[in-house]
Design a protein around this ligand. Structure first.
Ligand code: ADP
Ligand code: MG
Length: 290
C-alpha cells in the first residue's frame, strides 16, 4: 500500500482539482526541471474565434461556407471555430463526399469535383498552392498573434481566415510561479512561430518551439530529457506521444480522451495554477516520507 504521506498528498491534490494517477507522478513531478506546455487548449482557452475572413475569389460567405463544409467532420478546435463562423455568416455549407484530417496540418475534403484544402499556410504551400500574393497579409496577421488558416481548391488559393484564442486567465500567474521555482518553461506548438512568440511573451515564457508536427513534439521532449527531467502539459490528440515520452505527462481535464489516457496527472479544474500547486504537494509528500 502507498505511504501515508502520499495518500494524504493525493487527497490534498484532489481538493485542488488535481488527479495524481500514480505514485510515479508524485515522485517524478518534484524532480522535474523543465515544463513544456502545448499552446492551444493548454496555455490558451482552446476556444479560437474567427476574427477575419478574406476571400480572394468569390464572397466571404462562400469562402466560410466552403471551409466549414471541409471542417465539419474535424474535431480540431480551429475546425469548430470555422463551423461557428459559417453560422454567423448565414452561409450554407456544400455537401462533402470524402474527408481526411491531417494532424498538425489541416483537412482535405472532396466537395463537388475537386479537393478543398483547409489548413496552415505551410500545409497548402507544401501541396503546391501558390501563396506568394498573400504572404505579406498572412505575416501581418500572424505578427498580431493570429492563427491564419488558408483555403485552396484546384491548386488555387481562395482566401484566408484569421483566428485568435485567448490566454487562460491564470496563465501569467502560473508561469511566474513555476519560474520562481527555477523551472525552465517552454512553449511547444504546431501553430506558426509569430503567433506562438506573441502568446509566449504574453504568458511570460521565453523559449518557443513552433511549427512542430505531432511526432516532433515527443522528439523535442526527448531532447530536453538529455538535460534533466521533463513534464509535458497538453490537451490534444497530437500531444499524446509527447505526454508519454515526458517523465511526467500532465493533461488538462477538458482535453481529448487520448491525452487524458496518456497522462500521469490530470488537471480536472483546467486551471494552470494547479501546475505549481501540484509540484508543491509532490515535494511535501516526499519530504515527509524521508
Ligand atoms: P497545436 O500544437 O497548437 O495544438 P496543431 O498541431 O493541432 O496545433 O495544429 C497545427 C497547425 O495546423 C494549426 O495552427 C493550423 O494551422 C493547422 N491545422 C491543424 N488542424 C487543422 C484543421 N482542422 N483546420 C485548419 N488548420 C488546421
Ligand atoms: Mg492543444
Amino acid at each position: 500500500s502507498a505511504p501515508l504521506s502520499i495518500v494524504r498528498g493525493a487527497g490534498e491534490a484532489a481538493g485542488h482539482g488535481i488527479l495524481m494517477r500514480t505514485g510515479e507522478a508524485f515522485q517524478g513531478y518534484r524532480l522535474v526541471d523543465t515544463i513544456v506546455l502545448d499552446k492551444t487548449g493548454t496555455l490558451t482557452q482552446g476556444r479560437p474565434v474567427v476574427r477575419e475572413v478574406e476571400a480572394f475569389a468569390g464572397t466571404e460567405a462562400e469562402l466560410v461556407a466552403l471551409a466549414a463544409a471541409a471542417e465539419a467532420s474535424s474535431e480540431h478546435p480551429l475546425a469548430q471555430a470555422v463551423v461557428k463562423a459559417a453560422f454567423g455568416h448565414g452561409a450554407v455549407p456544400p455537401e462533402v463526399d470524402a474527408f481526411e484530417a491531417i494532424p498538425g496540418k489541416g483537412v482535405v475534403a472532396r466537395i463537388g469535383d475537386g479537393d478543398v484544402l483547409v489548413g496552415s499556410p505551410a500545409f497548402l504551400s507544401g501541396e503546391g498552392i501558390d501563396l506568394s500574393f498573400a504572404r505579406l497579409r498572412i505575416g501581418a496577421l500572424e505578427e498580431a498573434g493570429r492563427t491564419v488558416i488558408v483555403v485552396g481548391r484546384g491548386g488555387r488559393l481562395l482566401g484566408l481566415l484569421a483566428l485568435d484564442d485567448r490566454l487562460r486567465a491564470d496563465a501569467v500567474q502560473a508561469i511566474a510561479a513555476l519560474r520562481k521555482e527555477s523551472l525552465r518553461t517552454v512553449l511547444l506548438t504546431g501553430d506558426n512561430e509569430r503567433a506562438a512568440r506573441r502568446i509566449a511573451a504574453e504568458a511570460g515564457i521565453d523559449e518557443v518551439h513552433a511549427g512542430v508536427l505531432p511526432d516532433g513534439k515527443a522528439e523535442i521532449v526527448r531532447g530536453f530529457q538529455v538535460l534533466g527531467k521533463v513534464a509535458m502539459v497538453g490537451d490534444g490528440i497530437n500531444d499524446a506521444p509527447a505526454l508519454m515520452q515526458a517523465n511526467v505527462g500532465i493533461a488538462m481535464g477538458g482535453g481529448t480522451e487520448i491525452a487524458i489516457e496518456a497522462a500521469d496527472i490530470i488537471i480536472l479544474s483546467n486551471r494552470l495554477a494547479a501546475l505549481p500547486v501540484a509540484r508543491r504537494i509532490s515535494r511535501r509528500s516526499y519530504a515527509k516520507m524521508l
